[in-house]
Design a protein around this ligand. Sequence first.
Ligand SMILES: [Zn+2]
Ligand SMILES: [Zn+2]
Length: 160
Amino acid sequence: MLGLSQAELGSAVGCSQSALSRLENGQIDAISEEVAQALCGTLGIDPKLYQPNEVTFCCTNPTCPQSHLYLINGSQVACRPWTMKAQADSTPHCPACGGVMSSSCLDPKCRAPLVPGHAFCTKCGQPYAEFPRDWKQPADPKKIVIEHEQNKKRFNPVQS
Ligand SMILES: [Zn+2]
Ligand SMILES: [Zn+2]
C-alpha cells in the first residue's frame, strides 16, 4: 500500500500496526470510524465506500412518534416504522421512543431481513411493528391513527 509499511500507515492515520493487521484479516471493527475515514483519505478511497457492516433497523413500537400510521381499507391499522442504520451485530434502541429496534421480521420462524419503506414483511406479511392486541381488530381504527398524529404533533410541534 503506497510503499508504506503497516506501522508507517498506522502512525499516519492514528492507529496501531496490529489494528491494521487485524483489519487486513477482515476484522472490520478493529479500527474506529475516525481512523477509517483517515485511512480512506490517505489511500485515496471514497469514504462512502467504507460501510462497516451497517444494516437498516426499524422501531418496533407502533406508537413511536417517528412511525407513520395509516389505514388499510378504512378498517385495518398499518404502521410504516421509522428506520435507521446501525451496526449489524448491535441492538440499538429507538432515539425517539426508546423502543426495541429490529433489522428483521419479528416472526421467529421468518426472520427475513427488513425491507425499508414497507409496513409488512415482504416474505410473510407480518407487520414490522409490534401491534398491541386491540389493534388487530380495532373498534375505531380511525381514532388510533388520529390520536397518533396528535401525539406526534405534541412530540415535535415545529416539524408538523
Ligand atoms: Zn421509536
Ligand atoms: Zn416475515
